[in-house]
Design a binder for this molecule. Structure first.
Ligand code: CA2
Length: 157
């Protein structure tokens, strides 16, 4: 008898969510966040997901409520969430609560190494829910997160 196979992904869709100020990527503070724009990152995510036969929906907002609404929508529309919550990482119990109501894998991404910066960036509410955390790998972190999600949503066990 073969090994039990996890259910196929329901939608084959990954939500890639970016929080406040990440729309400024590539336009300010390149020494911390690099030269790639958010549009560059989103195109790279699209092609990475495509290589696994998955789709991505890339969304960015500066508003906590909007991010929460998208996390709620992901409950019906996505198999996994990749999220860089920006500064809400360190403040938002509401985003943590929304992620706790999502059943699939959640990978938290930070472009910078938050552990090498100010003390307040070392605490993450989102990490209490995240299945994986990637920090300090630049924008490549989003692609690493998609690799991980692809493995988790298609894995056999
Ligand atoms: O390293 C990360 O990805 C962060 O999530 C970025 C957040 C910061 O508050 C977190 O502690 C770590 C800030 C995003 C600001 O993004 C900018 C990008 C370019 C220019 C200015 C801001």
């Amino acid at each position: 008898m073969g090994r039990k196979r996890k259910a196929d992904p329901v939608t084959g869709t990954i939500y890639v969510l970016n929080g406040p100020n990440l729309n400024l990527l590539g336009k300010r503070q390149p020494e911390i966040y690099g030269h790639e724009t958010l549009a560059d990152v989103e195109i790279a995510c699209l092609s990475q997901a495509e290589s696994y036969g998955l789709e991505v929906r890339c969304l960015q907002s500066n508003a906590e409520a909007q991010l929460i609404d998208w996390i709620h929508a992901a409950r019906e529309e996505a198999d996994a969430i990749v999220i860089n919550p920006g500064a809400f990482t360190h403040t938002s119990i509401a985003i943590l609560d929304a992620l706790n109501a999502f059943e699939g894998p959640v990978i938290e991404v930070h472009i910078s190494n938050v552990h090498k910066r100010e003390e307040f960036r070392r605490h993450s509410y989102v990490s209490l829910r995240a299945d994986g955390v990637i920090a300090g790998c630049g924008t490549q972190g989003y692609l690493l997160a998609i690799d991980r999600v692809a493995k988790l949503v298609t894995a056999t066990n």
